[in-house]
Design a protein around this ligand. Structure first.
Ligand code: PHE
Length: 499
């Protein structure tokens, strides 16, 4: 290609003009399309100017190509008839197919042949001794690229369909404004050398390509979960919530379950749903849990209190000391509520939220992993009601763009009443579960020391679910874990949640 380019520039330099690129291609022994490629590229660099030359010619069809040697159909039929004539049936055998039919008709029209019906079966006979095959001669001229009379060409093309029109372009080439024997590579940068020598004045520079995509920054990129988390954080902080410290994946069963009035033989605690630690397997209860509080939790489980009958079983300290990977961020909420109840200066109302990782020993599939993130919010204040919970949820979810909510009674060991939250998706045309909520039970709050008129409304949802919807990811393994594509992490767009 580069060779062809310099050949072309050379030829143009010598003769100032290449009259027809088609002839040039022939002289180089290359296909004209190859020359067209070179012309286009040199034209773009303004090194040459190309002027269109339109070409038109007739070409032989596959059928008429055979007539160049065998003669036209009418000539074939004339030859077949011979001086003695033959029957129509014999003719059909000698010149079969279309050539026979068309040739017979043409020969009759030209009055070369006649049908003799005088005796018995009609016979085809010659009316002239010899013929000139002018159709074959015309086809031979056209095949050789010679001019033929327009009327003859049109007759062959339109009536007899023996030739077909062909159109193509070649180019007349002259030197362009930036003609040179060799292509100069335009500079992409101004250098010290150019400035020092003054060559920048004549140096050609490459144009800026404002459509080019920028180079990806080599630094880190935010994963979609981090972007969505940031938006959730903004929504919570705009609503006056304070973030809870969640930097503790390992919890004791006490904060994850017992403090939440979840009975020790509850199925969620057994090895199917909870990852228990083996090393260290337990947290001694005197670390961070005052003895009197521990005592009250034991009592409420065993015999109740605060208007509750309790569960009536024998509560085991060893079970509460078992270490686990927290199964929900509500473990953090229970620590924080205990702290709130016992802070110096006494209880003050609070609004808390958290967004962090939790772990469950579940079968992994396209919507479940053994670890995920929970978003949790709670309001702790005097005299709160279910109406407050519904109002806060309405505010919170409408900031996510989910304005239509419905609630369905549900069960959590630590809330009463409990509600599943559903939102109507205009996109999917159906109600979707978007979260879980409730009012923390007195069996959880009173042992902590929260005043009797203080209630806590709380709700939780996963971070993965909205992220998958927002980013159009339908398999959670494409969002989180070892199968995640790094280019997805590099290229994922900003999160428009809550805008
Ligand atoms: N902890 C619950 C869950 O794991 C969510 C929740 C939080 C429910 C607060 C009610 C109140 O699904």
């Amino acid at each position: 290609m580069a060779d062809l380019e310099s050949q072309l520039l050379q030829a143009l330099n010598e003769k100032e003009c290449i009259a027809d690129s088609g002839d040039f291609a022939k002289s180089q022994g290359v296909d004209h399309m190859a020359v067209v490629g070179v012309i286009r590229s040199l034209q773009a660099s303004e090194m040459i100017v190309a002027e269109d030359i339109d070409h038109f010619r007739y070409a032989l069809t596959e059928e008429s190509q055979t007539y160049l040697t065998a003669g036209s159909p009418e000539a074939q039929v004339f030859a077949a008839v011979g001086p003695d004539g033959i029957t129509l049936a014999e003719l059909k055998v000698k010149v079969p197919g279309e050539a026979g039919d068309v040739g017979f008709k043409q020969a009759m029209q030209q009055k070369w042949l006649a049908l003799d019906k005088s005796g018995g079966e009609p016979r085809v006979v010659r009316k002239v001794d010899s013929i000139v095959d002018s159709t074959q001669a015309l086809l031979a001229d056209i095949a050789a690229g010679k001019e033929v009379p327009k009327a003859d060409a049109e007759n062959l093309a339109k009536k007899r369909k023996l030739i077909k029109p062909e159109q193509w372009k070649t180019y007349k080439l002259t030197k362009g404004a930036k003609f040179a024997l060799e292509r100069k590579k335009p500079a992409t940068d101004l250098t010290f050398d150019m400035l020092a020598k003054g060559t920048w004045r004549t140096q050609e520079f490459k144009d800026y390509n404002f459509n080019a995509l920028g180079v990806l920054p080599a630094g880190g990129h935010l994963h979609p979960l981090l972007k969505v988390r940031t938006q959730f954080r903004k929504i919570f902080t705009q609503m006056g919530f304070e973030e809870m410290p969640t930097n503790q994946y390992v919890e004791s069963s006490f904060w994850n379950f017992d403090a939440l009035f979840q009975p020790q033989q509850h199925p969620a605690r057994d090895a199917h749903d909870t990852f228990f630690l083996t090393k260290p397997a337990a947290t001694p209860s005197d670390r961070g849990v005052p003895a009197d509080y521990l005592q009250r939790v034991q009592e409420v489980h065993e015999v109740g209190g605060y208007g509750s009958a309790g569960y009536g079983y024998s509560w085991k300290l060893a079970e509460a000391e078992k270490n686990l990977l927290r199964t929900h961020t509500t473990a953090v909420s229970s620590r924080m509520l205990y702290r709130l109840a016992n802070q110096p200066g006494g209880f003050k109302p609070a609004k808390y939220f958290s967004i962090d990782r939790v772990f469950r020993n579940e079968a992994v599939d396209r919507t479940h992993l053994a670890e995920f993130h929970q978003v949790e919010g709670l309001v702790c204040d005097r005299g709160l009601t279910l109406g407050d919970l519904i109002g806060v949820l309405q505010q919170f979810f409408s900031r996510l763009g989910l304005k239509k909510l419905r609630f369905k009674p549900a069960f959590n060991p630590y809330t009463e009443p409990s509600m599943e939250i559903f939102s109507y998706s205009e996109q999917l045309g159906k109600w979707m579960e978007v979260g879980n909520s409730g009012m923390f039970r007195p069996e959880m709050l009173r042992p902590m020391g929260l005043p009797e008129d203080v209630n806590v409304i709380a709700w939780g949802l996963s971070l993965e679910r909205p992220t998958m919807i927002l980013y159009g990811i339908d398999n959670i393994r494409d969002l989180f874990g070892h199968k995640v594509s790094l280019s997805m992490v590099r290229r994922n767009p900003i999160c428009r949640l809550g805008l």
